[in-house]
Design a binder for this molecule. Structure first.
Ligand code: A3P
Length: 296
């Protein structure tokens, strides 16, 4: 198991057709053979699409009432293990998940749909997929890679954007990711496909959607409390959800809870970059029905 080297960023390589770093492939045998359970809830996203937001919402929905110390002493990444993560100093995702004392287990993954361990499908586990529009997703990923020494060098914004378009970032192509999961949704009924933009627009409505998908009879009062608890400012202040406890992230460069907005891409994309992006986007998304909003 390798620790994160603060001076040497990891290289990308091709892993089963997907750009990856070794932090997410070194434990592959265990990931591939991971034993899912029927009541597991898998939270799947392309990086920076709102993983932490939905993880925390689900954690509060299931455990917010009965275990107050869970909310104050355990960072969200310990409560919701990152399945494929294998980094020295932090227990591996599979180990954390195997040892979770609570049920249901909430498990996070950034894997494209075709790499998800097969036991999740066999067990018919519930899956919440969160997608975010490509432009904001790219901007968020750029700032994340700047401040996270466990990520490959982002280069400057233009360099980053070109690699994002080419699918040469960790976990591969955004286009393939959102499209692959969208296609899966057509045949796998235990999958809820959510959008970051919808959560920003009306968090309460999306919390209610989660409850109905999961068959939870959470009271209106409780839902309202959770909706407040997962607002951007609340999560940014909360040490257990803002990632301030992770040493490889340099918040002086950029905080984890950065802006939480729809449309921040407008302050990053030049007119030329936007035109180029739109042309590629049209081409790559021509065979899918999934629709994204780049403003609300
Ligand atoms: P920005 O960089 O655009 O601010 P992930 O958890 O998948 O890594 O996604 C992180 C992104 O989600 C960041 O986007 C972060 O600010 C945003 N985010 C996290 N919690 C949020 C919340 N409660 N409200 C709005 N955005 C949130």
């Amino acid at each position: 198991m390798s620790s994160i080297n603060l001076t040497n960023r990891p290289e990308l390589f091709d892993f089963e057709g997907i750009s990856m770093t070794h932090y997410f492939t070194d434990n592959w045998e265990k990931v591939k053979n991971f034993q899912a359970r029927p009541d597991d809830i898998l939270i799947a996203t392309y990086p920076k699409a709102g993983t932490t937001w939905v993880s925390y919402t689900l954690d509060l929905l299931y455990f917010g009432n009965d275990a107050p110390e869970r909310q104050t002493s355990q960072p969200i990444y310990m409560r919701v293990p990152f399945l494929e993560s294998y980094i020295q100093g932090i227990p591996s995702g599979t180990e954390l998940a195997d040892n979770l004392p609570t049920s249901p287990r909430l498990i996070k993954t950034h894997l494209p749909v075709q790499l998800v361990p097969k036991s999740f499908w066999e067990q018919n586990s519930r899956i919440v997929y969160v997608a975010r529009n490509a432009k904001d997703n790219a901007v968020s990923y750029f700032h994340f890679d700047r401040m996270n020494m466990g990520e490959p060098e982002p280069g400057d914004w233009n360099t980053f954007l070109q690699t994002f378009i080419e699918g040469k970032r960790v976990f591969g192509s955004w286009y393939d990711h959102v499209n692959g999961w969208w296609e899966k949704k057509q045949t796998y009924s235990n999958l809820l496909y959510m959008f970051f933009e919808d959560m920003v627009e009306d968090t309460g409505r999306e919390v209610a959607r989660l409850c109905s998908f999961l068959g939870l009879s959470t009271s209106a009062e409780q839902k309202e409390k959770i909706t407040k608890g997962v607002q951007f400012d609340a999560m940014k202040q909360n040490k257990m959800t803002n990632y301030s406890t992770i040493p490889v992230m340099d918040f002086k460069i950029s905080p984890f809870m950065r802006k939480g907005k729809v449309g921040d891409w407008k302050s990053h994309f030049t007119v030329a970059q936007n035109e180029q992006f739109d042309v590629v986007y049209k081409q790559k998304m021509k065979n899918t029905t999934v629709k994204f909003r780049t403003e609300i």
